[in-house]
Design a protein around this ligand. Structure first.
Ligand code: ZN
Length: 346
């Protein structure tokens, strides 16, 4: 049997020891290579590559832009650093700490608890809590950008859903009448929401997982518009026997497997989607413990990212996280503890 990827030497390309021995300048160079691959500082406001260096790691834009108030062209003069107007905007910790936090985040294959990171990096609890949400929001934003360019999944795609919120609803046993039954379903509908996964099936002979995306919806059937946005027409979609997925056959080749009889019916199966839910279960019960309903889509984005990059070396995973964090656009989670209502979208 082939060796598990995480047991093999290529799984480790960056260690915590290497990160802590970096100087702040070296950490800055690493981030600079990710944010500006051509090595030229670029203004995040006007996009000009011309600038003056006004500090050790700070630049002032020398380009021109349209003034939004007057509509006239004027000098930009915007001062920026490596993290300005990105998901790391208004950071408090050093770049080396950010690298260490990213490495700690990717090393937890089932998720990284904020309290564990607090002990590793000696932060307050709030720092890793918000930082992790920044990472999840950055992954989510990158996914949205990718989706805006049109569907990108093809071939065999598996779709399945699981309930991720809601507690056991109190019920009298046995249920006596219709009124009680209706009350039971009403309570159930109010509290239970689903995480639906859309997973490209791993191609034969390929050891890298296909694309994985998730969406948080009230009912599994509500995910169909999302599935149409990510899966190319003409692909084959595999689901279970839930009637909520029946409209899918209007848009794709639809194959169903009856889970009360078998897990694989010919070619039809959703085993790879179920395998993703094994990760979700482990993360939910073993690491994060409880998910606030409003953050479920972010946790889903994080775990889908982990599934998709499960066979990527940890140094490359850190680079991918930094690439997501350094995209233009400020994090919706910035100012969380200060309750900046304009920044927190809830
Ligand atoms: Zn500028």
């Amino acid at each position: 049997m082939a060796q598990h990827f995480l047991l093999s030497p290529p799984a480790i390309s960056l260690t915590m020891g290497e990160v802590w021995t970096l100087t702040e300048d070296e950490a800055h160079e690493k981030l600079k290579a990710i944010r500006w691959p051509d090595g030229i500082p670029t203004c995040p406001v006007c996009g000009s590559k011309q600038s003056w260096k006004v500090g050790k790691r700070k630049w002032k834009c020398r380009g021109k832009r349209i003034d939004p108030k007057t509509g006239n062209e004027r000098w930009c003069y915007y001062q920026y650093t490596i993290t300005t107007q990105t998901h790391l905007h208004s950071r408090k910790r050093s770049l080396k700490h950010i690298l260490a936090a990213c490495l700690s985040f990717v090393n937890g294959v089932l998720g990284a608890a904020a309290l564990r990171q607090r002990r590793e990096i000696k932060n307050s609890y709030k720092t890793p809590f918000v930082f992790q949400h920044r990472i999840r929001a950055a992954i989510d934003t990158a996914n949205q950008t990718e989706m805006a360019a049109g569907p990108f999944m093809e071939g065999e795609v598996e779709v399945d859903g699981m309930f991720v919120t809601g507690r056991k609803v109190k019920q009298n046993n046995p249920i006596m009448d219709d009124k009680e039954l209706e009350k039971f379903f009403e309570d159930y509908r109010k509290t239970h929401t689903a995480l639906v996964v859309v997973r490209e099936r791993m191609a034969a002979g390929c050891d890298k997982p296909g694309k994985v995306r998730t969406i948080h919806v009230d009912r599994e059937g509500d995910a169909i518009p999302f599935i149409r946005r990510v899966v190319k027409p003409g692909s084959t979609v595999h689901t279970d026997y839930s009637t909520q997925y029946l409209p899918m056959r209007m848009f794709f080749k639809h194959q169903r497997v009856n889970h009360s009889k078998t897990y694989k019916d010919g070619d039809a199966c959703t085993n790879q989607a179920e395998s993703f839910f094994a990760r979700v279960h482990a993360a939910k019960e073993g690491v994060y413990r409880s998910w606030r309903k409003r953050y479920v889509s972010w946790y889903g984005a994080e775990l889908a990212w982990r599934e998709e990059n499960a066979r990527t070396a940890n140094g490359e995973q850190v680079d991918l996280i930094l690439k997501a964090l350094l995209q233009i656009g400020r994090s919706p989670i910035a100012g969380y503890w200060q309750q900046h209502k304009d920044r927190v979208p809830f």
